[in-house]
Design a protein around this ligand. Structure first.
Ligand SMILES: Cc1ncc(COP(=O)(O)O)c(C=O)c1O
Length: 371
């Protein structure tokens, strides 16, 4: 069997044992908190990874786009949340079509989105389940918690082909939390945003059986609040440099790395064949400041933790001041991407590793499915 060093660089490497440990951490946390687990597939976009999540106890999946949902329904998954509101009739039609084969829950955060979805559902003789998206402070989509959310839920009762059964939120701003205390506070607000909204709905006689929260930095905390029924971590299946920077995991737990070859060694710098088209230029979203460089070296051990200094499209550059002689021309290295979710989307396949050996190749099935 070949090792990853015998494959062309840059390649996307997935350490299967680390991934399984990460999946098990997700499931154990959900079980301990007595909530269901609906992992977000935007991170891995892989049917094989989702199958491993399902085998470990995930009750459903979350998708960000209708074309991602199409790939996973086609791949045999029957319970998905489309965590993005739709505002065009073509996508509503596709969502209705998917609902003939599977439970694909729609998102709404404005009353104006309802008529298109109602029309698509009614034309197909269906009732589509809807979860209302609540803003917990990320200030992206979402109704404000409490009465504003209940007002929308009440308005949606007028649409006979739509059935509101849940509320959800995503505290992505936890990525910008300066420390653990701030992250815990955001997680508390995440849970409260859903809980106060559900209670406002129930005071109006509308039952909200599903109350879903989650981002990787918060779900282990927000999922513990009484009344929350589900968590939706995405990135935690792999982890990455940003999560390590936040203290959510160690570098050693990161399951995805990118291989690279030392292409040139200069006096003050080393150049690799992995640049922004292999790692992305991301340094973390939502105000994250823990990351200074463009990817963290995982291997060789002697340079573990060093961050790439700059990237152009095909070049990665490491300032080697004070570290001269540690890397040789032609040497293979592994880099932990800052953000695994966007890095994965640059590749057609994972090389699946058991230790150093490549034991399988898995397609990135929903790669580029952005529409
Ligand atoms: C609605 C929603 N749920 C869950 C997630 C998963 O977040 P994370 O990757 O931080 O676990 C995301 C990520 O963007 C999201 O937008």
């Amino acid at each position: 069997m070949k090792t990853w060093r015998e494959y062309p660089t840059p390649s996307l490497l997935l350490d299967i044992k680390k991934m399984k440990r990460n999946i098990s951490r997700m499931y154990c946390s959900a079980e301990e908190n007595g909530v269901q687990l609906r992992p977000h597939i935007k991170t891995h976009k892989s049917l094989r990874v989702a199958e491993a999540q399902k085998a470990a106890g995930a009750s459903g999946l979350t998708a960000a786009t209708i074309s991602e949902a199409e790939v996973f329904v086609e791949g045999g998954f029957t319970d998905l949340l489309l965590a993005f509101p739709l505002a065009d009739s073509e996508k509503c039609r596709r969502l209705a079509k998917l609902n003939k084969k599977a439970r694909v829950i729609a998102s709404i955060d404005e009353a104006g989105q309802a008529p298109l979805l109602q029309e698509a559902a009614a034309k197909n003789g269906l009732t589509i389940e809807v979860w209302v998206k609540v803003n917990a402070g990320l200030n992206r989509c979402g109704t404000e918690p409490g009465e504003e959310t209940a007002d929308l839920v009440e308005k949606l009762q007028a649409y006979d082909a739509l059935h509101v059964t849940g509320l959800y939120t995503h505290a992505g701003h936890a990525y910008g939390a300066p420390d653990q205390t701030a992250r815990e506070e955001i997680a508390r607000e995440e849970a409260q945003a859903v809980l106060v909204s559900a209670s406002a709905c129930e005071k109006r006689g509308i039952a909200i059986p599903h109350r879903s929260v989650g981002s990787t930095p918060t779900y282990e905390i927000s999922g513990a609040f009484e009344g929350i029924t589900e968590v939706r971590p995405g990135n935690g299946v792999f982890f990455d440099g940003v999560q390590a920077g936040l203290g959510v995991c160690s570098l050693n737990e990161c399951a995805v790395t990118v291989s690279a070859t030392v292409a040139a060694v200069k006096k003050d710098r080393v150049i690799f064949d992995a640049g922004s088209k292999s790692l992305t230029l991301e340094k973390g979203a939502h105000g994250n400041e823990s990351i200074k460089g463009f990817g963290t070296i995982a291997e060789p051990e002697i340079l573990r933790g060093k961050e790439l200094t700059r990237l152009s499209e095909e070049h990665g550059v490491l300032d080697q001041t004070g570290m001269q002689g540690r890397l040789k021309l032609g040497q293979k290295i592994r880099i932990i991407p800052n953000h695994a979710c966007t890095a994965v989307n640059l590749y057609d396949r994972y090389l699946v590793l058991d230790g150093e050996e490549v034991v399988d190749e898995w397609p990135v099935d929903a790669r580029g499915r952005n529409q």
